[in-house]
Write a protein that binds this ligand. Structure first.
Ligand code: NDP
Length: 307
């Protein structure tokens, strides 16, 4: 039986790994499908303290991972498929086997949200993408659409404009949600056209197996129109990866794991939570890493008090 299993390999999971490993708890870190988490799909991170010139997302994550490994954390490239928190020791199933642990840290993060329009799923990977950094290169000299008005959408639009000839932003209201600095960057970018009050009715091209355009709906008049684009990027927020914890941990209305009290404790004593899975407010690499540190320390104190 292990002292700690950490479920999740993003900034929260790796930082919890560093703290648990340094406390000689020999944590097992289940990194899931995307080791390193969402920062693996980011370009330069300019707001992580300690990097005055910015740092590449993947470089930052590889560094955190190595740091946890150096102190004895064991990394496993598997996703937890089930948990049983009904009694101690807790059980975590991954890759067809089940391991037991005295404490668990949940740090599974969140997943980019889909729009839910009819042809979006069928065209995913065929012109529909939620990751500009992964795919921007393919749109050199082409036209793309970006849906959303948050920081992520504006950042991706800006990145895409370095490759594409034209970026059309589809914003459902008449304001952006993004920070002022990001808004200025996009509004001053000649390659980016903004269409306010615009909803997406469907992505076009399912009949030919690749994105050819989008059918739009005016949010005020309901009028339909079409645009021709080669790429379509819905960048409209995230959903928490909490499905396997349903019925095991208390979740809020939106599915985020609820913290109990002022620590990283959850509704089950001995199970702690860190990162975007419990945070729909800040969602930053630095806040996730900070919460990972807290969860690591909370798990350590819990194990000392409940040997
Ligand atoms: P946000 O929740 O901030 O923004 C989501 C955007 O998508 C909003 O404009 C929202 O519209 C729109 N939207 C949601 N659903 C739909 C839909 N079905 N159809 C059309 N539009 C839709 O998410 P982000 O991922 O952008 O950002 C998450 C957090 O991460 C934020 O706190 C952000 O500040 C931060 N972040 C910071 C960055 C940085 O500092 N460099 C980079 C990226 C993110 P509406 O406004 O109408 O709700």
């Amino acid at each position: 039986m292990r002292d700690v299993i950490i479920i999740g390999g993003g900034p929260a999971g790796y930082t919890a790994g560093i703290y648990c490993a340094r406390a000689r708890l020999f944590p097992l870190v289940l990194e899931g499908d995307l080791a390193g988490g969402l920062l693996m799909q980011t370009t330069t991170v300019e707001n992580f303290p300690g990097f005055p010139d910015g740092v590449d997302g993947p470089e930052l994550m590889v560094g955190m991972r190595k740091q946890a490994e150096r102190f004895g954390a064991k990394m496993v490239a598997e996703k937890a498929t089930a948990v049983d928190f009904s009694a101690r020791p807790f059980k975590v199933t991954f890759g067809g086997e089940t391991e037991e642990a005295r404490a668990v840290i949940v740090a599974t993060g969140s997943t980019p949200r889909r729009l839910g329009v009819p042809s979006e799923e069928a065209l995913y990977g065929h012109g529909v993408s939620s990751c500009a950094i992964c795919d921007a290169f393919f749109y050199r000299g082409k036209r793309v659409a970006v849906v959303g008005g948050g920081d992520a959408a504006l950042e991706e639009a800006d990145l895409l404009s370095r490759f594409a000839d034209k970026v059309i932003m589809l914003v459902r209201r008449d304001v952006f949600r993004a920070s002022k600095a990001m808004q200025e960057r996009v509004l001053n970018n000649e390659k980016i056209e903004i269409r306010w009050n615009t909803l997406v009715d469907d992505v076009l091209g399912a009949d030919v197996g690749r994105v050819t355009g989008a059918r739009l709906k005016d949010a005020k008049t309901g009028e339909l129109s079409e645009i021709a684009v080669d790429g379509f990027f819905p960048i409209v927020g995230h959903d928490p990866n909490s499905e396997i914890f349903r019925g095991q941990l208390e979740l809020d209305e939106a599915g985020y794991v609820r913290r109990v009290g002022e620590t990283t404790a959850t509704s089950v004593p001995g199970v702690f939570v860190a990162g975007d899975i419990a945070d729909h407010r800040y969602r930053q690499a630095i806040t996730a890493a900070g919460a990972g540190c807290q969860a690591g320390l909370d798990a350590l104190h819990y194990l000392e008090e409940n040997p």
